[in-house]
Design a protein around this ligand. Structure first.
Ligand code: DGJ
Length: 749
């Protein structure tokens, strides 16, 4: 039983394989949080809560005269309410009919049942392996007539606990939910570091680690997406924790829109984490009896460092978030024409790219932006999802047939949430765009946002997109989203419901995605938002892979993919080999290095393959066969960050099969130095007693071969014990050229 209720002690303990989480219903029916961390017994751990009378921290009426040590301001709680004596950041705030916003929740019952709860209209982890149990904990504020049901999904084997919240208006009049966090997690006395991920277009998910000091630390997005600016995730860890030692908690939001993450270290050194929908653009009216479902968050803990925490999340996202046939099937190696042609193509050019690519082992051709409406640059046409037959030289059905005749699958690009002012759609339905009456809206890439909070807009998109998918027998959709939302107003909502627009927009987007997957269950959708601008576990429920970044420079990608790997698995990261000099940075890099970096993702190409030399085509063919050979290790193995691209001259990372039978060590020198210091690594995840060989995957035409001594180390024949490789380790071969990349396969014999 992974959820234990102790009736006598009134504790509820959640047990996963390696972690324990506990709450306690106290004498006033407040649900206290007593513990989350390394696995332990289900003793009542509320003894560890420190209680004394602390001036300026008041006491609830029912106990004030008896015990001044009881204060909501200092107690660790499962779910805190605003304005009733807890002065820290709180989880929920509701505007009642009398103009007050106070909430105080007390225990009102709970249910424990096998399986995993789901959330209407929202992405959520699922359980198809009988691994999960649900705790539904009902809290009530009987004075304010509000119920909060806290849901906990306990995935014992996966070492994960999910959380979600449902708010219900029990009163006789409408209420407005102004804040409803999905997670309130209180840490008692722990000294913590916090790792968050910031970025911008083409620089997504840069990790930043800082000590959690007193005060409120907050990140979030008010951009209508989870955003590249801050990722909707956080790691909290011991200040001494590193990749392989120490306590680390990972929290990530299963939501793709505006979020706020607040971390407050309070006056007595307790820390509270609150994560939920960002309250700035949020005000949701609940009529009597109505319900609001807040999105889900995923929590995991490791006592063995950040790396194990990352791998818990990777495994969980791969197995319990990503759905459908593409969860387990090998995804196709693709070629995308964007950086190859931009808007400048016709049907013949597309077919010639597909044909060349097919001969080298590429399995899917993706037609990017520019195939529809009037769209020869990025100033017009969005919303008119009707093939431009003049430009293509044929119908989309015919193009689909011609592409498939080359032997590859066919994918196509959409940007469903966008509309150009210069489009038939906007001319016909100006009120379908998100604009504030009387105010000229911001344009971004000359786009407006389509109001997906409207059902008519959702239906329009479902119809247009499915017509194209059906006609051309599309196997894959690249779902792009290239701007942030502002000037928020829905022409279909009354003024008192404008605060619902942003979340309704997200629900509408999810509905369109779900409708397409229902009609086309084998469709592979790749998410994209000017690269990795909406890279979150919410999207991964619909889109098993997401374009990692518009920055395809492999040296820049080392940092982006390193940052991404803290939370998200390789199998979700869209990554392509592009042309050199790189279109974003002008950097010139070797083709084999570009291949090694792109292989730590879903792998594909984004260049004009017709322009490649015969030697380059040979190298493409070699890379694709290496990728196919190593696929299971790369996509499903454990991931280890062996050096960081920020502090070293060589970035080294490894993937190892869960059973330790094979590992792939990748290394890229991103800086060159004369007389360099050697780069030393210890392999992770092997079997101590087993014997392994090391094999260097060399690209033909490598400028300078390795000397015989180094070649002997990686000859694919010499045997090393797993223990030796993990304790003694080895040196990465020195570089022979700028931006040298190496790929070393370690196999059990
Ligand atoms: C932004 C995406 O990130 C690119 O890959 C490409 O699809 C362009 N949009 C097309 O407009």
């Amino acid at each position: 039983m992974s959820i234990l209720y102790n009736e006598e002690k009134r504790t509820i303990t959640l047990q996963t394989r390696n972690s324990t989480y506990q709450m306690k219903i106290d004498e006033l029916n407040t649900v206290l949080h007593t513990y989350y961390g390394e696995k332990t017994a289900d003793d009542d751990m509320s003894y560890a809560i420190h209680r004394i009378d602390r001036g300026l921290s008041g006491n609830p009426a029912e106990i004030a005269k008896i015990d001044r040590s009881y204060s909501l301001d200092t107690l660790p709680q499962e779910y805190s309410g605003f304005g009733t004596g807890d002065y820290r950041v709180t989880a929920a705030r509701v505007l009642h009919g009398d103009g007050t916003q106070a909430l105080r929740f007390r225990y009102a019952g709970h249910e424990i049942y096998p399986g995993k709860y789901s959330i209407p209209g929202l992405p959520a982890a699922y359980d198809d392996a009988d691994d999960a149990m649900t705790l539904a904990l009902t809290l009530k504020d009987t004075e304010a007539n509000v119920t909060a049901i806290l849901y906990y999904g306990v995935f014992e084997k996966a070492d994960v606990i999910t959380r979600a919240v449902k708010l219900i208006n029990d009163g006789p009049e409408p209420k407005v939910v102004n804040k409803v966090a999905s997670v309130n997690l209180d840490f008692i006395g722990d000294d913590l570091d916090m790792i968050t991920f910031y970025g911008r277009w083409a620089r997504e998910r840069t990790p930043e680690r800082e000590h959690v000091t007193h005060g409120i630390h907050s990140i979030g997005s008010v951009r209508g997406s989870s955003s590249p600016h801050y990722s909707p995730s956080v790691i909290l860890c011991d200040p001494t924790a590193d990749e392989f030692t120490g306590s680390a908690y990972g929290v990530t939001f299963v939501y793709s829109c505006e979020f706020e993450l607040e971390i407050e270290k309070d006056m007595i050194n307790n820390t509270r984490l609150v994560l939920g929908i960002h309250p700035d653009n949020f005000a949701w009216t609940l009529q009597p009896g109505e319900v609001f479902d807040a999105p889900e968050a995923i929590l995991t803990y490791s006592a063995n460092g950040i790396s194990e925490m990352s791998n818990n999340l990777h495994r969980f996202i791969r197995k319990h978030i990503v759905r459908g046939p593409w969860r387990d099937a090998r995804r196709p190696v693709l070629i995308n024409n964007w950086e190859g042609t931009y808007f400048n193509f016709d049907g013949d050019k597309l077919v010639s790219i597909a044909a060349d690519a097919a001969t080298l082992g590429v399995e899917m051709f993706v037609l990017d932006d520019g195939w529809f409406g009037k769209r020869d640059d990025d100033n017009s046409g969005l919303g008119d999802w009707f093939p431009n037959e003049k430009k293509l030289g044929c119908t989309i059905e015919e193009l689909g047939k011609r592409i498939k005749a080359t032997g590859v699958k066919f994918g196509i690009w959409f940007e469903p949430e966008a509309v150009s002012e210069d489009s038939d759609l906007y001319r016909t339905h100006p009120d379908w765009a998100v604009t504030i009456p009387g105010r000229k809206p911001n344009l971004s890439r000359n786009e407006l946002i389509l109001d997906l909070s409207r059902v008519d807009v959702q239906d329009y998109l479902i119809k247009c997109m499915s017509d194209v998918i059906r006609a051309a027998q599309i196997d894959y959709v690249k779902w792009d989203y290239n701007r942030s939302i502002c000037d928020k107003y829905s022409h279909a909502l009354p003024k008192e419901r404008q605060g619902e627009m942003t979340h309704r927009f997200m629900l509408g987007t999810y509905r369109v995605l779900e409708a397409l997957l229902t009609e086309f269950p084998d469709l592979l959708i790749e998410g994209c938002s000017s690269g990795g601008g909406r890279f979150d576990a919410g999207m991964m429920y619909y889109t098993p892979q997401i374009w990692g970044s518009d920055d395809t420079d492999p040296i820049e990608r080392l940092e982006i993919q390193y940052g991404t790997s803290f939370i998200y698995p390789v199998s979700t990261v869209g990554s392509h080999v592009s042309a050199t000099p790189n279109h974003q940075t002008g950097r010139v890099t070797p083709l084999d290095t570009r291949g090694i970096v792109a292989m730590s993702g879903t792998f594909g190409y984004e260049l004009d393959i017709n322009k490649m030399s015969a030697e380059e085509k040979d190298e493409v063919q070699r890379q694709i066969s290496v990728f196919k050979e190593l696929y299971s290790t790369i996509q499903y193995g454990n991931y280890y960050r062996l050096t960081t691209p920020f502090d070293h001259t060589c970035t080294v990372w490894e993937m190892a099969d869960e059973d330790g039978a094979r590992a792939v060590v990748n290394a890229v020198y991103h800086a060159v130095r004369a007389n360099p210091a050697p780069v030393f690594v210890k392999v992770k995840g092997l079997k101590k007693e087993a014997k392994y060989t090391m094999r260097l995957m060399e690209a033909p035409g490598l400028m300078y071969p390795l000397d015989t001594r180094q070649q002997a180390v990686f000859d694919g024949e010499t045997l090393y014990s797993g223990q030796t490789l993990m304790t003694r380790g080895f040196y990465i071969p020195a570089y022979r050229k700028e931006y040298q990349g190496w790929q070393i396969i370690i196999e059990e014999k």
